[in-house]
Design a protein around this ligand. Structure first.
Ligand SMILES: *Cc1c(COP(=O)(O)O)cnc(C)c1O
Length: 496
C-alpha cells in the first residue's frame, strides 16, 4: 500500500511513500498530508468471517489487507496493548464494548484505555509502531503536541519510556479539566516533558506551529540529530487504527442479534479534527454497510456548515469554549483527506489554499451533493447537551460525557430512515468531564473535579475508577508553566 499527497507533488519529494515513511514524516508537498492511494475492498465475506473473531484478530487482518510495511511481531505487540483495556475478558479481548441504550441506538464505548478517552484506541498501538520504526532506522524522534486535554495524556502514556522517541506536550494552564491536567503533570519518565502555557489552547497551538516553522529551532534539532514527527491525527498511523472499531461495532450489532449482516446503519460521530469520522468513511468505502455518517459538533459548528451548505468559513469566527472542549476546533485537519478522496488533489490544493488566504471556501453544488451522499451534520449547544445527559441518565439509565451527548442531537435530527440502527461513538468516560456531568444531573454548578466525581458516583451508584482517584494523590513531577516566548528555550534544555 502506497501513500500519496493530498495537495499533489511538488517535484522534489517522492511521488509516493510507504506506510512507515508516511508515519515518520506525515507532512507532504504544499502543506498537504499523506492519504492511501487506494483502499482494500473487504467485502461481505470478510465481515462474515470476523463475526466470531475478537478485536485483535479483526485489527490484524485489516492491517494485513492494507499490506503495510511493519513486521508481524511489531504489529502483534502493538495490538496486544488492547489486552490492558479494562473490558478484556478471557474469552477474547473487547476493548470497545457496544452498549444498547435505546431500541435503535447503541453506544460504542471507545474510552476503556488507560487515559479514559478514545485517543487511546489509536495512540496505544501507534506508540509501539512508531518507536519500533525509529529504532529500526536508528533515529531519534521528537513529537510535539499541543493539547486541549485528551491527546496529551494519551500521547504521554503511549510513549513513556519508549526508545528513540521523546514527547513534548503543551497544554493551556487552566484550560483543561483537573483530571486531564493531573494525567499529564504526574507523568514521570525521562523522555517526556509537559509544559503549561499562560494562554488558551489556540495560544498553545499557534506557539507550537511557530516553533515547527522556526529555522533556528529546526537547525538546533538537526545539530542534535533529532527529527520531528507528529502524533496528531494528520498522522495516518493513527487513522489506520481508527477504521477497526467502526467495523468492530458493526459486527457487535450482528453478534447481539440486532442486525443481519448486510443491513445498513448510521454511524454517529462526535467530531473535531475529523479523525474518528474519517475512519468511518474509510470503513464505509472498504465495504461496511453504512447508510450515512452523522457528524456531531458543538457550537464550533464549521463542520455543520460545510456539510449542510458547502461553506467552510472561519473568517470571522474565533473558537468558542464549550463543555465539549476536545471538539473546540475551527480547522479540522482530516476534512482535507475527504476532499482529496472525493475531489482529487488539484481541487484540494485550491480549497486548502483558499482557506489559508481567505479563511473560507465554498464547494460547488456538485461537490456538495457528493459530500451529502455520505455525511449529514448537526451541532448541539451546551444546554442541549446537558439536557441529553440528564434525560439519557434518567430515562435510559446511561451515563455519558458531553462529547458523546452531541451525538444524541444528530441522532434526533439527521436520520432520514428511522428503521435503521445507529451507532453512537462515545469518546470519553464520565470521569474526564465530571463537573459538566454533575451539573447536568444535580443542577449544582461550579464543583471541582473531585467533588463532581463523588457527586456522580453517589447519584449513579458507581465507583470512581482507581486510575482516576489515584491521580489526586500522585506526586506532581511536571510543574513547568511558562509564557509562550520561553517555550523554545525550555524544550531545548529538555533535549540536551
Ligand atoms: C479527540 C476527541 C474528539 C474529536 O475526535 P476527532 O477524531 O478529532 O474528530 C471527540 N471527543 C473526545 C473526548 C476527544 O478526545
Amino acid at each position: 500500500m502506497k501513500f500519496i499527497e493530498t495537495r499533489g507533488n511538488d517535484g522534489t519529494s517522492p511521488k509516493s511513500v510507504t506506510f512507515s515513511e508516511a508515519i515518520l514524516s506525515p507532512m507532504s508537498s504544499f502543506g498537504g498530508i499523506y492519504s492511501p492511494e487506494s483502499l482494500p475492498d473487504l467485502g461481505e465475506y470478510f465481515l462474515k468471517c470476523h463475526v466470531d473473531q475478537d478485536y485483535k484478530a479483526l485489527a490484524k487482518n485489516i492491517l494485513t489487507a492494507f499490506n503495510i510495511d511493519i513486521n508481524d511481531p511489531v504489529i502483534d505487540e502493538a495490538l496486544s496493548l488492547y489486552d490492558h483495556f479494562d473490558d478484556c475478558t478471557t474469552e477474547g479481548c473487547n476493548p470497545a464494548p457496544l452498549v444498547k441504550v435505546k431500541d435503535d441506538l447503541f453506544v460504542s464505548e471507545l474510552w476503556h484505555g488507560p487515559t479514559r478517552a478514545f485517543k487511546d484506541m489509536a495512540l496505544q498501538p501507534f506508540g509501539k509502531v512508531l518507536s519500533s520504526l525509529a529504532q529500526d532506522h536508528n533515529e531519534e524522534y521528537l513529537i510535539m503536541a499541543a493539547t486541549s486535554g485528551d491527546t496529551g495524556p494519551a500521547a504521554l502514556e503511549t510513549f513513556k519510556n519508549r526508545e528513540n522517541v521523546r514527547v513534548v506536550c503543551l497544554y493551556p494552564d487552566g484550560g483543561t479539566s483537573d483530571v486531564q491536567r493531573l494525567q499529564m503533570v504526574t507523568e514521570d519518565a525521562p523522555n517526556l516533558k509537559v509544559i503549561g502555557i499562560h494562554g488558551d489552547f489556540d495560544d498553545a497551538q499557534s506557539a507550537l506551529k511557530l516553533l515547527l516553522q522556526s529555522e533556528t529551532f529546526n537547525a538546533k534539532l538537526k545539530e542534535k540529530n533529532i527529527s520531528l514527527s507528529a502524533a496528531n491525527s494528520v498522522n495516518f498511523g493513527r487513522i489506520i487504527f481508527q477504521l477497526m472499531y467502526h467495523i468492530h461495532s458493526y459486527l457487535e450489532l450482528v453478534r447481539q442479534d440486532e442486525i443481519t449482516l448486510g443491513d445498513k446503519v448510521y454511524l454517529d460521530v462526535p467530531s473535531g479534527n475529523f479523525g474518528n469520522a474519517l475512519g468511518g468513511y474509510y470503513a464505509m468505502k472498504m465495504g461496511l454497510p453504512v447508510e450515512k455518517i452523522l457528524i456531531a459538533s458543538n457550537e464550533n459548528n464549521v463542520l455543520t456548515s460545510l456539510i449542510n451548505k458547502g461553506l467552510y468559513d472561519i473568517s470571522d469566527s474565533s473558537v468558542i469554549a464549550t463543555t465539549s472542549p476536545a471538539m473546540d476546533i475551527l480547522k479540522s485537519s482530516n476534512v482535507e483527506r475527504i476532499l482529496f478522496d472525493m475531489l482529487g488533489e488539484a481541487r484540494t490544493k485550491e480549497l486548502m489554499q483558499q482557506l489559508d488566504t481567505d479563511k473560507r471556501y465554498q464547494l460547488t453544488e456538485d461537490e456538495l451533493s457528493k459530500l451529502q451522499s455520505v455525511f449529514s451534520a448537526d451541532y448541539c449547544s451546551d444546554s442541549e447537551g446537558s439536557q441529553y445527559i440528564k434525560d439519557t441518565f434518567n430515562h435510559d439509565g446511561y451515563l455519558m460525557d458531553p462529547h458523546t451527548a452531541t451525538c444524541f442531537k444528530a441522532y434526533d435530527t439527521c436520520r432520514d430512515d428511522k428503521s435503521l440502527k445507529t451507532i453512537v461513538y462515545s469518546t470519553a468516560e464520565w470521569t474526564k468531564f465530571s463537573p459538566t456531568i454533575a451539573e447536568a444531573l444535580t443542577g449544582e454548578a461550579g464543583s471541582s473535579d473531585i467533588d463532581a466525581l463523588k457527586a456522580i458516583a453517589s447519584k449513579a451508584n458507581i465507583e470512581i475508577p482507581e486510575s482516576i482517584s489515584d491521580l489526586f494523590e500522585k506526586e506532581i513531577t511536571q510543574s513547568v508553566v511558562i509564557d509562550k516566548q520561553d517555550i523554545e528555550k525550555e524544550i531545548l534544555e529538555f533535549l540536551s
